[in-house]
Design a protein around this ligand. Sequence first.
Ligand code: ARG
Length: 581
Amino acid sequence: MDDMKKTLAALIAGALTQTFEGADGVPDAEEIAGFLEVPPDADMGDYAFPCFKLSKALRKGPPQIAAALAAAIDAPQVCTAKQLGGYLNFFFNREQFAKNTLEKVLAAGERFGASNLGNGKTVCIDYSSINIAKRFHIGHLSTTMIGLSLKRIYDFLGYQTVGINHLGDWGTQFGKLISAYKRWGDKQEVENGGVEALTRLYVKFHEVAEQEEKATGSHALEDEGRAYFKAIEDGDAEALALFNWFKEITLRDCARVYDLLGVTFDSYAGESFYNDKMDRVLAELRQKNLLTVSDGASIVDLTDDNMPPCLILKKDGATLYATRDIAAALYRADTYHFDKCLYVVAYQQDLHFRQWFKVVEKMGYPWAKDLVHVAFGMISYEGQTLSTRKGYVVYLEELLARAQEKALAIIQEKSPNLPDKETVARQVGIGAVIYADLFNNRIKDIDFWWDRALNFDGETGPYVQYTHARCCSLLRKAGEQGLSETAPDYAELADDHAQELLRLISRFPEAVLDAADKYEPSMVTRAVTEIAQAYNKFYYENRILEAEPAVRQARIQLTKAARDVIRTGLYLIGVEAPERM
Ligand code: ARG
């Protein structure tokens, strides 16, 4: 909560005791702070308190209450309070507000909004979690960037975080890939072609298997694939070596994208990591009488919870995706003692998570309540469902390459003398892609269009980055001209534009807390965008470097505060902030 809310709540609480002594059921200062609202329009003040919240306890109409409280509040150094209908509206003392806000922000610098709230607490974040032998495409961007952003946000709030890439590295498809490789593969081709070459082999396997089935009704090839998978499971040296090599190739390809995006992980323990941890899950489920056999498969019945059963073992005794997730959760609880374990996964998997979360709850683990599915919307490609087969797909490498090319072309045209153009083009192009991904509420479906993805105008990453670079440039000039000696005159920041900017800056810490609370990085994206927009308005309305020394100094300080907060906000959503553009 921001400090201004706390101060106002204390004033209201004081006025309440003074005016309505002894009334029952009157909220305390903390509750009051929770009721404070931002009025729909800045003419109505900085905060408003809805007095109907008190009508019942005080047995009076809201306007009467508002008038009584307004009369009782006398704190000109902080604000003036006015009755407006049933609301008590607060107008900050603008000079004081500017002074307090800037002193706080400038003392904290890029750490403004950081806290030790999470001290001693651990959050595990399962994100990206790619499947081996598949190429990284736009469908993987949200999990990767929401996950990274949440990790940074929780770190910023003092939590210990563990970023986990729960690799999809288990399943019959890897047996099929071995079979295809042994029949048609070439070592050099795979080394050079990477995941694309593996995908070609996989596609060929399916084509041939289908033809074979049509021509002769035989499933020999499919059986061979299954046999190779069994060989991996049994630890056959050759099969394992090939499987590990496929994994290496995939991770090598993905690492290029992760590097560009600035994404890192603390653990790559994927599905196969839990092979030797399955027995414990099965033994516990049996011992707790949760396992039933149905049609030869082992399941946990969830009829009472209105869900289809959770599949634990197939007929042939193979474990499933859910079994591995349960094993992984037990392992994470034992290893990291998490306070929360987040799964950043598309909402299509909603049932899967609800099912196995319920199973863990039935197993009696109290931390089952700390497992959170952080779901996000579907991505489609120009109105079509993503489909690699039909070509409705955009690979991330291509998207990132095109975004960087476009950024470079713009820089060549608009700032031909910029030093290190390639680096800036990378920061801007990739920033645009990430920002767009984290702009809307995560649950919203995204339809990908090239022109939209490569748009740099309006509410975009480059716009916010540009504002940051503008602040940097102004501060550079001020520094070069040695303009930082005079004491600032905060009364000069009383105009509407400066105040709007200060208000947004002062609310930034709350946006970060809300983002953590709701697992919603877009709240940071929005906050930082509004700050950039407000800064630009302030910048156009006011002379800064040419103003009187004390005025100039106040405006320079505000510019510095805007720069720091924008930089932090961009960092928290995984976007870099170049100093020159
Ligand atoms: N590899 C899975 C997929 O691509 C996502 C894994 C998400 N994480 C998890 N623990 N289930 O669908």
